[in-house]
Ligand binder design. Structure first.
Ligand SMILES: [Zn+2]
Length: 93
């Protein structure tokens, strides 16, 4: 039973993919932050061209980052709103 099980596992190309996907997952943050080196970017981009999973992860990560920074900017801008929030917080305290 055991040899057959290992054989089935080895036939899956996912074993090799996992290594690259793992590396790409590690690079996601620095890619989105623009901190990845040129070599890392090349590796990352060539991988997401072929790997839908990592491509989608990257899209999600970019979207998430955009939402967070967009949200922060909006919170910082209106001063009156900030004061209203501060007042409400003091009320609850
Ligand atoms: Zn991948």
């Amino acid at each position: 039973m055991e040899p057959k099980f290992t054989e089935m596992y080895q036939k899956e190309p996912a074993g090799e993919m996992d290594g690259a996907c793992g590396q790409v997952a590690d690079l996601l943050d620095s890619m989105v932050d623009g901190e990845a080196t040129a070599e890392e970017q090349r590796f990352f981009n060539s991988h997401i061209e072929e790997c839908v999973n990592c491509f989608e992860n990257h899209q999600k990560q970019k979207l998430l980052k955009g939402l967070i920074s967009g949200h922060l900017k909006r919170v910082i801008v209106p001063e009156s709103l900030a004061q209203t929030i501060k007042a409400k917080i003091q009320e609850t305290i």
